[in-house]
Design a protein around this ligand. Structure first.
Ligand code: G3P
Ligand code: CA
Length: 250
């Protein structure tokens, strides 16, 4: 990011879509993010029992749909028949759990996509599948910078880096243990982004990440105060439920 006093352009990343305004990880939330001019949408990728890559945050469908059970134990047909909108508000009833394919096809070129591999340890082989979908669409090339892959699972991210050497990789953490000099140096071997929860962000951390030639995206903004804090910290991207809280400033 640029120095203070100049226009600081921070990437505005809509967390699970504009999830403050529409049900998270649905087409409504992603469309809303695009309408609000978010630079990226953030999506959580998991896999159905019969192998379809789907976009949902929790490991179970209980909180965000009218169904129950683990994502990995439900078939795609079972998942697709669920209502993923009503829990948020009646006006969203009938909203479906999107597929990874559908999101790539609908949004690539329109907005950036920050792909989180959610609990990849539950889905053996998911790295190759995600990589395959990107390669099929030519989204693994250096000119397509607006695809980033992140996870709390660092082994999975090492694997993604070797499968897709030109695609930026991010490591997610909310632990201070992952912000030591040694930990940051280890990340720099395969990652392009260090993505901490905002509670562990300090000016010192931002400087250290930048001095290792990585960027820093922080989450999850749900108040103007949190957005302002991160704007002051000079992070490169802010992951927010409310894209309108993150306006670049003079
Ligand atoms: O993008 C960062 C953030 O999504 C990580 O936490 O739980 O919302 O997936 P979570
Ligand atoms: Ca996420």
């Amino acid at each position: 990011a640029e120095s203070k006093g100049e226009l600081t352009k921070v990437d505005n990343v809509a967390h699970r879509g504009a999830s403050g305004y529409a049900p998270e990880n649905t087409i409504s939330a992603f469309d809303k993010a695009v309408d609000m001019k978010a630079d990226y949408i953030e999506i959580d990728v998991q896999r159905s029992k019969d192998g379809e890559l789907v976009i949902i945050h929790d490991n179970t469908v209980d909180r965000t749909t009218n169904g129950s059970g683990s994502v990995k134990n439900l078939t795609f047909e079972e998942l697709r028949n669920l209502d993923a909108g009503s829990w948020k508000a009646e006006e969203f009833s009938g909203e479906k759990i999107p597929t990874f394919d559908e999101v790539l096809d609908r949004y690539h070129g329109k907005t950036g996509i920050l792909i989180e591999m959610k609990s990849p340890e539950l889905y053996p082989g998911i790295e190759e599948e995600v990589a395959g979908e990107l390669i099929e669409r030519n989204l693994d090339k250096p000119q397509n910078e607006k695809i980033i892959i992140q996870s709390f699972n660092f082994e999975s991210m090492k694997k993604m880096n070797s499968l897709l050497p030109a695609v930026p990789i991010g490591v997610l953490t909310s632990s201070k243990k992952d912000t030591t000099d040694q930990a940051l140096k280890d990340f720099a071997a395969y990652a392009d982004y260090v993505n901490p929860s905002y509670g562990i962000v300090t000016q010192d951390l931002v400087s250290k990440v930048h001095s290792l030639d990585m960027k820093i995206s922080s989450w999850t903004v749900r108040s103007q105060q949190a957005a302002d804090f991160l704007l002051d910290m000079d992070v490169d991207a802010i992951i927010t439920d409310y894209p309108d809280y993150v306006l670049p400033r003079k």
